[in-house]
Ligand binder design. Structure first.
Ligand code: PBG
Length: 340
């Protein structure tokens, strides 16, 4: 280690001019690092999501327009999430297996635009179940791991048949990556990738998302009034070593890319997974993180894009090869001008 000491060394010398700061900058954020999560509902009318300011439940026509905008701005992929009408929800999430459901329709319509835009689909049952858990329940009310992964494999095949490029299992059941990989391969979908939610923590930061897709788990729950609790399958925020074990096992089961979620409070996890596996690791800046930045910037009169940039570049610094953010469009626009 070279000892660099004051006054021969002055770290501020390299910070003096903006051009010099540019030349010595270690990491850069590009539009091509970003993935745009989008909500699609069954109504043709797009509506704002009040719990997540700046986002919308899109009707199909507007969804296609926003996909075109994303592609034009150089955003490589979108991640789709369905908002299913309450009357279609049931204990086993059967609407997930309807080949004409809203998500399959959206995938076909986006592909028909020939945009060279990646389509990532969430693979989990929570938008479709009336208890809002990510799988089917066993007698004690907990999610039944093994019957759930069989259903997820079925859902993954359906999504692949619709034309989805990347299956993203977000349910946190054990063994689902391998199960989904073999099901895809058996059905000749060996070119469809798996982006596994590897370190998905049981976080309170998902609250605006659950509002957005109407997955509160209270209304029709078998245990009314009980707060939706996913701690028996999502990770304990106190654990990091466990994330490394899951990362290794997901890669050996056939995952192509890994994900850490939420992003900013879990950058140590992201860094360790990336260093340990050298695999592509994506960060998901979740709804609560986006919401906090929006509210903070508006309360403190700070430019939202400045604070968003700071959070996204932190993900890159930690080793993220891509970042899912609800601010992808705004950020990509800003990157064309000021935030280079
Ligand atoms: C569900 C899913 C969730 C999110 C993505 N997929 C919510 C949950 O696990 O309850 C949250 C994303 C966000 O908060 O932006 N499988």
């Amino acid at each position: 280690m070279i000892a660099r000491v004051f006054p021969k060394t002055r770290m501020r010398r390299l910070r003096k001019h903006s051009w010099l700061r540019e030349l010595t900058q270690e990491h850069t954020l590009h539009a091509k690092d970003l993935i745009l999560p989008l909500f699609i509902h069954e109504s043709p009318v797009t509506e704002p999501i009040s719990s997540l300011p700046g986002t919308f439940r899109y009707g199909l026509t507007d969804l296609l327009k926003i996909c075109q905008d994303a592609a034009q701005l150089g955003i490589p992929a979108v991640a789709l999430f369905p908002v299913v009408n309450d009357d279609k929800k049931d204990p086993s999430g059967s609407e997930a297996f309807n080949p004409d459901n809203i998500i399959c329709q959206a995938v076909c319509a986006i592909n028909a635009l020939n945009l060279d835009l990646g389509i990532i689909c969430d693979c989990a049952l929570d938008p479709y179940t009336n208890h809002s858990h990510d799988g089917v329940l066993q007698a004690d009310g907990d999610v039944d791991n093994d019957s759930t992964i069989a259903l997820l494999a079925k859902q993954a095949i359906l999504l692949a048949q619709a034309g989805c490029h990347v299956i993203a299992p977000s349910d946190m059941q054990d063994g689902r990556v391998g199960y989904i990989r073999s099901a895809l391969d058996q059905n000749h979908f060996h070119e469809v990738s798996i982006l596994s939610y590897t370190a998905k923590y049981a976080s309170h930061l998902y609250a605006p998302f659950r509002d957005a897709v109407g997955a509160h788990g209270i209304k029709n729950s078998a245990h009314p009034g009980q707060k939706l609790d996913k701690k028996t399958y999502q990770m304990n925020p106190a654990n990091r070593q466990e994330a490394l074990h899951i990362a290794r096992s997901h890669l050996s089961e056939g995952a192509d890319c890994l994900m850490v979620k939420p992003a900013t409070s879990y950058l140590d996890v992201l860094y360790h997974i990336q260093q340990d596996t050298k695999a592509p690791v994506f960060a998901y800046q979740v709804s609560g993180e986006y919401h906090m930045l929006k509210t903070f910037s508006s309360h403190m009169h700070i430019d939202f894009l400045d604070i968003l940039y700071e959070n996204l570049i932190a993900c890159k610094r930690a080793g993220a090869s891509a970042i899912l953010t609800y601010g992808a469009i705004e950020m990509a626009r800003a990157l064309q001008t000021t935030h280079g």
